[in-house]
Design a protein around this ligand. Structure first.
Ligand SMILES: *[C@@H]1O[C@H](CO)[C@@H](O)[C@H](O)[C@H]1NC(C)=O
Ligand SMILES: *[C@@H]1O[C@H](CO)[C@@H](O)[C@H](O)[C@H]1NC(C)=O
Ligand SMILES: *[C@@H]1O[C@H](CO)[C@@H](O)[C@H](O)[C@H]1NC(C)=O
Length: 800
């Protein structure tokens, strides 16, 4: 035994090898025991009494087990049987850990005498521990980009047992990507390595769970498992992918800024920043990129500028999507079709304009050419043009977008001198847009209007004796034409007044049309006259019109009554013979007076202002007839004188007086005697009377012939009322009484009195109610040109 003790190590290996039969061995080798670990308490290790040859009662010698130093006591001795018993659990792993040989030293102590026996107990390993991993779960992060063959060491499993009972190998759960490579370390311990057999794809499988089992070599075999959690880390191996290769968007023009056009979207299978996509415009002109904005994270394309279909009807944008990692990118195309909106009003352009237009242009003359354009497209550029109604123009569509403005009727500057033609152009968009343009057209004047007098004729009433230079009247004419075409110049047309040129009498102011008298006018010379005034414009050729101006001279009481009978010329006294037997009321004489004036100014009244015997004679107030008031009696004086005053009826009456001498006698001799001093005068009177008688007779005869002949040749002729002719002895009449005038004294439409006088101033005739024309004709026919015909229209009965 001591020997064995000394060869401990070599023996141990021996015991190992013979372990299956070791229970037999300790029979031979005393004091040396080999037992498996973890025997039950009380299990018999061996009979030490026998083995040591102790044939005495152990209790007598107070046998007991003791330990050296402080070693735990693992054994006990059964004092009766001498068996060595297990007293404590013997765990090889805690006693010896990984030592290949594990020996427990115990001592058997005997007293009386004291003996000390060393007991060596070799503890053999049993497979009582399974392989064990430090953690239940092992996490491994592997980037998906890891290449095939990459190795990833795994945690080693531990087994407290030794030798064959320790970890002998590993097995890995079957999987697609990894295989297990088991390696042995220098100290003989084994560990596994994961070998990547097939590349990983995070996007396919982002984590893999495998179980790794470690087995020992004991019997029965024990194993331990660990879960290997492989996290596949992302590698930026995926480029972003757009959802569409081409995006099409429709965008109405003028869409407001910030309107959403389209959203592009790309996806990236990578994760984290490798999958964060940044959108951007790619190779795009500044101009286009100013039009649109792109949200780099959301991919929203929005309007950033003013979209004008007329500038650009479609946009093509290249959009890139980049991930943040390595910057893989992909591209897509966005085609934006801009839709036309009716945002352009038609534009009216005046291409040519004839302004001014002459007012006499023929109908259908082209006045202006207009071009209308609309920048929109299709319906939005269809334009209709019109002008306002009631204008003498119309729009005629011409080639393409051209229109001609032509006249539809004649123009008249004097009616409308300018036109504002409003051209309205409307397109057919919805809502339609309209624009308008005003064309101002001026109508130019043509001298097409003659001056027109305000009145058809002018009359001027002027008092005779007016001052030369006084205004008679004024004429005025209007010409609606323009400037010189409408400037009126007045002039006098040549004519004659009283056989002298009218220009001696009147003048016309060329500018104002005021007519002035150049001479004083004498009513008694002529009572009216006419002339014509021409109004002419300054056009070329000029136009003119004429008007008749009648000047009526009104009478002024400037002539005193003239007494024709009895004449007081020379010293001759006219003595009327009144027969003695004259009865009261008989016409004895008549005062005949005339007045050069007319009307009231010539209305004469006769009064006796002085008489020899105031009661004897009366005078007709207006007739001038002197009649006896009573019968002549013997007592009456033979000579009677009457002073007769003749007054006219003018505003300031003029008068003349004459003296009428009467001789009341039946004897002509007395008259002759009475008139001795006026013989010449008497003989003249007699001579006149004779002449008058002859004239009257001749006249009467001729007149009868005339009546007869007129009866024959005229079916209708004025009735001649011939009441008889009364010869009025008188002095001569003023020659200018031979005047026919409607303005004569005391007008009468039906009665004409004719005074006929021979140029020899010896005889006067008066015919009542003879139409003046007939009388005139008559005298002309009879070639009695010596006579002058004097017509006085009188409604009072003169002496008959
Ligand atoms: C035309 O328009 C002008 C300016 O707007 C104006 O002075 C003129 O009176 C107008 N003419 C007509 C005929 O309306
Ligand atoms: C007057 O009329 C003529 C044609 O008759 C024309 O040529 C001229 O221009 C007109 N004058 C003015 C001032 O309008
Ligand atoms: C006016 O009278 C003049 C001279 O007699 C003549 O030449 C002209 O034609 C007349 N004008 C008209 C409009 O009658």
């Amino acid at each position: 035994m001591w020997l064995l003790y000394g060869n401990y190590y070599p023996l141990s290996s021996y015991f190992e090898q013979i372990r299956p039969i070791r229970n037999l061995c300790w029979v031979f080798i005393l004091g040396y025991y080999s037992i498996p670990e973890e025997m039950e308490r009380g299990s018999v290790i061996g009979n030490i009494a026998k083995d040591l040859g102790l044939n005495f009662r152990l209790s007598d010698r107070k046998a007991r087990i003791d330990t050296e130093d402080d070693n735990d006591q693992y054994c006990n001795i059964d004092l009766n049987t001498g068996d060595l018993l297990v007293a404590e659990r013997i765990d090889r792993e805690s006693l010896c850990a990984k030592k290949p040989s594990c020996v427990v030293q115990q001592e058997l102590v005997l007293e009386n005498p004291l003996e000390l026996h060393r007991i060596t107990i070799r503890v053999n390993d049993i497979n009582d521990n399974k392989p064990h991993f430090k953690e239940d779960l092992q996490k491994i992060e592997i980037r998906e980009s890891a290449d095939k063959g990459a190795r990833f060491p795994l945690d080693e499993a531990h087994d407290a047992d030794i030798a064959d009972n320790s970890v002998q190998g590993y097995t890995l759960e079957k999987n697609d990507h990894f295989i297990l490579d088991v390696k042995t370390k220098g100290n003989g311990r084994k560990y596994g390595e994961l070998v990547l057999n097939k590349e990983l794809d995070r996007e396919d499988k982002h984590e893999i769970t495998l179980s790794l089992t470690a087995v020992d070599g004991g019997s029965p075999q024990r194993s331990g498992t660990v879960v290997i959690h492989i996290i596949v880390l992302d590698a930026n191996d995926n480029a972003p992918v757009f959802s569409q290769a081409v995006y099409q968007a429709i965008l109405p023009e003028n869409s407001p800024v910030e309107s959403l056009v389209i959203t592009v979207s790309a996806s990236d299978a990578d994760e984290g920043i490798n999958g964060e996509i940044v959108y951007g415009f790619d190779h795009i002109s500044d101009e286009k990129s100013n039009m649109f904005s792109l949200n780099t994270t959301t991919g929203e394309i929005r309007v950033a500028g003013s979209i004008d279909f007329e500038k650009e009807s479609s946009y093509e944008l290249q959009i890139s999507a980049k991930d943040d990692g390595l910057g893989l990118s992909s591209y897509t195309k966005v085609i934006i079709n801009v839709i036309d909106v009716n945002d352009n009003a038609p534009v009216i352009e005046l291409k040519s304009l004839s302004d001014p237009i002459l007012e006499n242009v023929p109908q259908g003359t082209e006045v202006a050419i207009i071009n209308v354009q609309d920048r929109d497209s299709e319906k939005n550029r269809q334009v209709r043009c019109s002008i306002q109604l009631n204008l003498p123009f119309k729009l005629v569509p011409s080639i393409k977008n051209y229109y001609s403005l032509v006249t539809t009727s004649g123009l008249d500057r004097e009616l409308v001198s300018d036109y504002n033609v409003t051209i309205i152009a409307t397109d057919e968009g919805s809502p339609p847009l309209t624009s308008s343009k005003i064309i101002q057209l001026t109508v130019a004047d043509v001298n097409d209007n003659p001056p027109l007098f305000d009145e058809a004729s002018y009359s001027a009433y002027v008092a005779e004796n007016i001052q030369p230079g006084s205004t008679l009247c004024s004429v005025s004419a209007r010409d609606p034409d323009w400037r010189q075409n409408g400037t009126v110049v007045y002039s006098l047309l040549p004519s004659e007044v009283n056989s002298s040129p009218v220009s001696l009498y009147v003048s016309v102011n060329g500018d104002t049309g005021v007519i002035q008298a150049l001479k004083s006018l004498d009513y008694e010379l002529f009572r009216s006259f006419k002339f014509r005034v021409m109004a002419r414009d300054n056009g070329s050729p000029p136009l003119s019109s004429n008007v008749t101006v009648s000047v009526y001279i009104t009478d002024v009481n400037d002539n005193t009554p003239q007494i024709l009978y009895p004449t007081s010329e020379g010293n001759a006294f006219k003595t009327e013979l009144v027969p003695k037997a004259t009865h009261g009321g008989s016409l004895v004489s008549k005062v005949i007076a005339v007045d050069g004036d007319a009307g009231q100014n010539a209305w004469l009244s006769y009064r006796i202002i002085q008489s020899t015997d105031p009661g004897l004679f009366t005078i007709g107030l207006h007739s001038g007839e002197i009649r006896t008031q009573r019968d002549i009696s013997e007592s009456d004086s033979m000579k009677q004188n009457l002073v007769v005053s003749v007054n006219d009826n003018g505003p300031t009456p003029l008068s003349a007086t004459c003296v009428v001498y009467f001789l009341i006698s039946d004897d002509l001799a007395e008259v002759a005697e009475f008139n001795h001093h006026t013989e010449e005068s008497d003989s003249t009177v007699t001579f006149y009377l004779i002449i008058a008688l002859v004239c009257v007779s001749t006249f009467f005869l001729t007149f009868l012939v005339l009546i007869l002949s007129v009866r024959f040749c005229r079916s209708r002729k004025p009735r001649l009322l011939f009441d008889g002719a009364v010869a009025i002895p008188s002095a001569y009449l003023p020659p200018h009484y031979a005047e026919v005038d409607g303005m004569a004294t005391l007008r009468s439409a039906y009665n004409y009195d004719g005074y006929l006088t021979t140029g020899s101033r010896t005889s006067d005739f008066k015919f009542a109610t003879i139409p003046p024309l007939c009388v005139q004709d008559f005298f002309l026919q009879e070639d009695i040109h010596l006579f002058k015909c004097v017509y006085f229209m009188q409604n009072i009965s003169l002496t008959s």
